[in-house]
Structures are given as C-alpha cells and as structure tokens.
Design a protein around this ligand. Sequence first.
Ligand SMILES: [Zn+2]
Length: 412
Amino acid sequence: MRLEIDRGRLLAEIEALALISEAEPPIVTRIVFSPSDLKARAWMKSRCAEAGLTVREDAIGNTFARWNGSDPTAPVVGTGSHIDAIPNAGKYDGVVGVLGGLEAIRALQKSGFRPRHSIELLIFTSEEPTRFGIGCLGSRVLSGTLTPDAARKLTDKDGASVDEVRRGAGFSGELEQVKLPGGYYEAFVELHIEQGPLLEQRHTPLGIVTNIAAPASLRILIEGSGGHAGAVLMPDRRDALCAAAEMILAIELGARTSGAIDTVATVGICDVFPGAVNSIPSRVRLSVDIRDTDLQRRDRVMRTIETRCNSIATERRVAVHFELLNADAPADCAPSIIDALSQSCREHELNFLPMVSRAYHDSLFIARIAPVAMLFIPCRNGYSHRPDEYASPDDIARGTLVLAETLASLSK
Ligand SMILES: [Zn+2]
C-alpha cells in the first residue's frame, strides 16, 4: 500500500480552521458551544461529508464521522481529538489530531485500501476546561467516567447548565445515551502535538505514548480574619494570604520530595478576598493541579500536602478546607497499538521516542473503554496554549502518515 498524504490540503485546512476564532489571527479562541465553535463544527462536518464519511453527533456534541468497513458488525477503529481552544491559544492543539485523522482516512481511501473494521474520526466536545471547569467533558461522558447526573450539575460562569448550553447549541438528545456500549472500539489512536520540548530537544520526529499521567485538581479554601492594614497589629493577625503562601510552598515541596521526577504540582490560581491594598486578606482560594504517572504515589503526595496544610492552618490560626474536584486514574497505552505505531515508524526509518504524556487528553478517558495509544509530533520550543504554538509541515505530514498506516493495520 502506497499512501500519499496531501500535505497542501491538510495545511490549508489547519489555516482555514484557525480563522474560525473569537480572536484576531494568529490568536485562536474557540470556547465550546460558542458561535465560533459551532461554526468550526459545521465546517468540519462538511469536510467529513465531502470525504464520504457518515456523520453523527451525540447529545453532548461529540461528533463521529465514519468510513464503513466491510464488516459493519466488527468493533470500530477510532481516531480523533478536539477542536475547542482555550482563550489565546494556537492552531495545532487538538486540530492536528482531527484534521490529521481526516487526512489519514482520505489517504487510505485514495490508496484503494478497504478496511474490515469501520474507521471513525471522533471530534470530542470540550476537551478544554474553559467553560465548565472540567477538561475532557465529552470523553468523560462517552466513557462513563462522568455520569449524566454529574455532567448536568456543571455550570458555566454565567450559571448556565450543561443541559441549557448544549440544547441551545442544538444538541437535544438525552445524556444517558452518550456512553458508548462495551466493545464499541477495537482500538483508538490519537495524534497530537507534544506540548512539551522533549522531541525537539532530541531531534526525534515522533513520540509514541506509553502512559498518560493522572491529573487531580483540588481547591483549598483558607479563612482567616480581615481588618484594617494599619490598625491591626502583627501579633493579632490571622492573615489568610500569609497562610496560603506557606501552603503553596508546602505543595511545591510535596511534589519535589515524592521520590520521582514524574510528580508535578502547581498552584495556578490564587484568589484573594477582599483584594484591597489596605485590607488584611481574610479569605483565599487556591486551585491546585497535581499529576503523576503512578496513582498511589500521587495520592500519597496529596495526603502529605493535606497534612502539612492542616498544620500550617493550626500554626496560623486560620481555617482550611479542601475540595477535591477530580482525581483521575492514569492510563497505560495498549501494547498492540504501540506495536502498530512502532512498526510504521520502522518501515519509514523514522526515529521515535517512547514517552509519557504529561498533559492529559481525551485518550485518557477512552482508555477506560478501549485499547488506546497516542502519537506525538514535536512543537516548537514545546510551546502550546499560546498563539505562537507551531508544528512544522514535515512533522504534521509524518505524523499523519504514521497514523494512516496504523489505522490501516488495526482495521484489517
Ligand atoms: Zn489538546
């Protein structure tokens, strides 16, 4: 089988999709179910229809574009990613996996290949947590990781619920029907930019993901006592921000001393109340993200952090409250798909790096219901989630070629 990736068409499509945005180019902002997201979905569906794929959407907006195999009863070989983008993002995150997946299917069609298993492109709803505060909303519900009831409780910053927003966007079915039946997938493989610097640093064109790290996020609420910044003397203070400062360092230390380089912890948000220059902070809310490839180690670090924060709170006479938002399990990629990816790399004499995905992706959740693997391509300086995110045409074309051959070998 000789496969030709039409890189001119693929790159032009990446550029065209980037223009469907809530911000001026080169910035891409595409929040789920916003007008630009809906426009991008419509544009994608017409590309898929042009390729002869059968498109269906579920009640939360996950979009499936199917190339029927010769055995319609055989489980599906899936590929895909997301097209929503955080505010001030770039062109490639998610999009390379969606448009690369479509191009892989078109290349296979053109080569004369006929799959036995149907091959399906999947565009996940709301991979980014921007609107509803939780990442991978579509794949969580698809995989049954998030129940329809839990999904219904999510709201956006205006207080609109998932149900209101999705129905407003035209997705009116029941969330109960979103979860895929057991055995739906033969395999699922996601092409994505690395979003880190390793491949570029090692001059390696492809990364084959062996594990996806497990994220946990929690909120820490600290309550002290406010007052006038001049009138309340230091011995009498119960400053919530000073306590938070110690807690932030305790969180950093917890990750640094876990015993493994794979443990990372970040305090990305610190909300201070009342936030006035002459007022002692009475209340602080920290948002914490902790990740690891090992579930036990991550949970141990979280317990250490909690213990340390409790003693800081006692020492500083403030109240502390922990709210666990999510604690997902890590995923191991399927050896059979890793083999198919490696085989294609070897045939083209392409070096590849077995690697851990430290960012999480929809594949983490699809791994609950299907054998999964991911293929990474380099991105310049490891930059992602910013307008100067960049992946080279050569790398995009190589990734798409290896994806196409892998889909072929899995769907025979
Ligand atoms: Zn992504």
